[in-house]
Design a protein around this ligand. Sequence first.
Ligand code: EPZ
Length: 421
Amino acid sequence: MDNRRKLIVNGGRKLEGELRVHGAKNSALPLLSAAVLAHGETVLHNCPELTDVDAACRILTHLGCRCKRSGDTVTVDATNVSGYEIPDALMREMRSSIVFLGAVLGRTGRCRLSFPGGCELGARPIDLHLAALRQMGADIAEEHGYLDCTAAGGLHGAKITLSFPSVGATENILLAATAAKGFTEIHNAAREPEIVDLADCLGKFGAKIGGAGESVITVEGVPRAEPCEHSVIPDRIVAGTYLCAAAVTRGELILTRCEPRHMNGFIPVLEAMGARIYTYGGGKMYLSCNKRLTAPPTVRTMPYPGFPTDIQAPFTALCATAEGTSVFVETIFENRFRHIPELVRLGASIKTEGRVCVVQGVKRLSGAKVCAAELRGGAALVTAALAAEGTSEITGLGYIDRGYESLEGALRSVGADIKRV
Ligand code: EPZ
């Protein structure tokens, strides 16, 4: 975690050029967990170089897998999965390690891990994960901050209804159901593209999965999952962050290797604000913005296909200099406005009240020293600093590096005056 260094940004320069969008963090992580299920070597292409992906590989190695990376291809040999315990240190490093539970339980019949606990976004309960796995035959003891899960006779299929379309819970159920005997039905499943990507990969392992991307998913488990080769989908949140950075500097950007269909939750908001966006075939998109943006209608974060909570923070940075007042309602997480006080230090005029934040557009921001407190909030500070007059310093880079491959390198390649020192 690079917390010793900081980004120095001299704002006010248009971004112009072309950026490639890297593979999706929130797809790579469950796919790396899925590799535990396969008796052999799974090959994942377009796997982003992120600290969260490194952490997942350390967990795989701890479990007895052999991981190696060459370029953006990560190979996981899970022939000999010997362990079933995820050490506390690794759980603390990345709370989304909870997504290993379903796969380790499915492969070994056991899994012991510490409670992921809260994170920068607030409490991150896992009650939906545990209730579903118990329905599939897992015995889960929760004591002393540890989860001790066993499925001695193996997991069996179940009909599961989620009270909330939880992404992580849906992923854990898909992983467990692949190794379970019989049929599993998930009702009110998450519909995110990352769910579809995971289901595609599990299908290659031999599971029979229908309805991924819809609210009802059916899975028929496979007695012995065989490894496969799979390409991670592009990261829609990284793509959206790049678009916000180009729009806030009134520049123009071509994105390559992105998937515009995954971005329909927020592209219309950018267009409503006055950005011009064209999508071409073959994963190409174009944005240009040569005038001051106007505030969008109220933005409400929702499960997919709604406006994604992960892009809310960069959008608040974009609205900080738009004409008019914007309202954001954060319906997914309880504490996802931690970047707002830092945007105010950059000169933004924003008020938050619980899960609502009101952004009054100002003509310009001014550079300041700010600190990231979580991943997407950190990306919002970078976005705002690009538009701010003068020099900004941004610390807390460990958070940003979890989800963006060299954000400063990408932005510098299209004209930003930004460096890590
Ligand atoms: C995934 O988190 C993503 N992380 C998050 O991205 C993303 O914001 C989130 O989905 C929503 O899209 C990864 O994929 C690694 P949830 P996850 O389960 O699975 C409540 C980023 O910046 N809930 O859909 O944890 C929960 O408290 C990260 O890349 C329960 O109540 O999201 C939250 O309010 C941040 N009980 C809501 O559901 C549960 O058992 C959404 O959680 C599970 C969740």
